[in-house]
Design a protein around this ligand. Structure first.
Ligand SMILES: Cc1ncc(COP(=O)(O)O)c(C=O)c1O
Length: 400
């Protein structure tokens, strides 16, 4: 039986695990005594690593809030109407109030909404700009925006979807999610812009973090054994059965289902995550190149099928700029049926933004609602082979 294809890289190469074990011994047994620093070749020296991107968002917002004690009005985060609800929960946990600016059908920002909220708030405002699927946000003139307020305005670029995309050039800070682009179970990065004053927000391990850190290692080792194949086979069979019974297929979308609680704010990323990052200095270009190649293949083979439109019909300019796409999103009228049929074929897709935060008023956002109901993201990550891509295309053709 065929393996399931998902949107996120799954397999941690064995060499990483070996390196991890070596490093674990060095770091935890000898390193504790000698206090050896970890070398992180992919990261910049001022980057802060947390257990997730939502945690990085929370930490940044908390810091900015604390840095403005004289402002009595509750700080505001402007979040796009198409979002991951963990962004909203991180903002609320950091004691912010939230407002949603509209996102148009082509994913551009509704600038008038942003200006209205910025002008209408008399305290600190943080504008969260999402790089959807790794592509840069459009429709907003940042310089223009700064003229609209005399109060502090910070821009946080959310690069959760585009770890290796060109992100962080317009904002005061940017955040990234490691587990969406790399074969790791956790990890989020907070990167400050060059002239941002440093912030001392290094996560402090809790006594339980040791247990939490072992979990991904055990999973990674299991994945390298036949047990994982058996588990995948059982999972695929169950998914097929569910689909056959016409039951809604629950997505194994580890990223969206998790929610943020402030209790997780200080859990550091697992050592395995650090090891994978430290191995990736050479891989940045490789990951980007393979994702672009796979995206282009899908664009050529899927875009002209009936009832399918690519969300990014033109992408070449962005690829030249260095965009590393998270997935290949399509617009299709019977999205849920296609999703379910693809799952039946072992292709696990995702529908970004499908579960917005409950505080979002759906009546105000027909454009975003349309995106939520019609978008489906197909896998295009770096570990997919030509056979995998052909399987995706064949499955889409059979399923539409
Ligand atoms: C746009 C966006 N930002 C932030 C996050 C949170 O990322 P993480 O799962 O690493 O906390 C997500 C999760 O899906 C997301 O889609």
């Amino acid at each position: 039986m065929k393996q399931t294809i998902t949107c996120f890289p799954e397999k941690v190469p064995l060499k990483y695990i070996q390196r991890y074990l070596q490093r674990y011994i060095l770091e935890h047994i000898i390193g504790r005594v000698l206090r050896w620093p970890l070398e992180e070749t992919w990261l910049q020296p001022t980057d802060l690593i947390y257990n997730s991107c939502r945690c990085a968002i929370y930490q940044y917002l908390s810091h900015i809030n604390k840095a403005h004690p004289h402002l009595t009005t509750k700080p505001l985060v402007l979040i796009p109407s198409l979002h991951c609800r963990s962004q909203v929960e991180a903002a609320l946990a950091a004691s912010y109030t939230t407002s949603f600016y509209r996102v148009n059908r082509d994913l551009t920002v509704n600038e008038a909404d942003v200006v209205r909220y910025v002008q209408g708030h008399s305290g600190l405002v943080v504008l969260c700009l999402v790089h959807y699927y790794g592509f840069p946000p459009a429709g907003l003139n940042i310089r223009h925006l700064l003229n609209y307020t005399h109060h502090p305005l910070f821009i946080l670029e959310d690069g959760a979807h585009g770890l290796f995309s060109p992100i962080g050039h317009v904002g005061d800070a940017s955040v990234y999610s490691l587990s969406k682009s790399l074969p790791v179970r956790d990890g989020g990065v907070l990167r400050l812009c060059q002239d941002h004053p440093p912030i001392g927000l290094h996560p402090t391990p809790s006594p339980w973090s040791f247990v939490a850190q072992l979990n991904p290692v055990i999973k990674a080792i299991l994945k390298a054994t036949p047990l994982y194949t058996i588990r995948s086979l059982i999972k695929t069979t169950l998914t097929r059965r569910l689909a056959a019974r016409n039951t809604t297929v629950t997505q194994p979308n580890k990223h969206v289902e998790k929610m943020f609680t402030a209790a997780h704010a200080n859990v550091p990323a697992a050592p395995l995550t650090h090891v994978v990052i430290s191995q990736l200095s050479q891989a940045t270009a490789h990951v980007r190149e393979y994702r672009q190649r796979n995206f282009t293949y899908l664009a050529q083979h899927v875009s002209n099928l009936p009832n399918i439109k690519p969300l990014f019909a033109s992408y070449r300019k962005e690829f030249e700029m260095g965009v590393s796409p998270l997935a290949f999103p399509i617009i299709t009228s019977n999205r849920d049926r296609l999703e379910s049929r693809l799952a039946d074929e072992g292709i696990i897709t995702f529908a970004f933004g499908r579960e917005p935060h409950k505080s979002l008023n759906m009546h105000d956002i027909p454009e975003t609602q349309w995106l939520m109901d019609h978008t489906l993201a197909l896998p295009c990550h770096q570990d997919l082979s030509q056979t995998d891509l052909q399987r995706i295309v064949t499955a889409v053709i059979r399923s539409i």
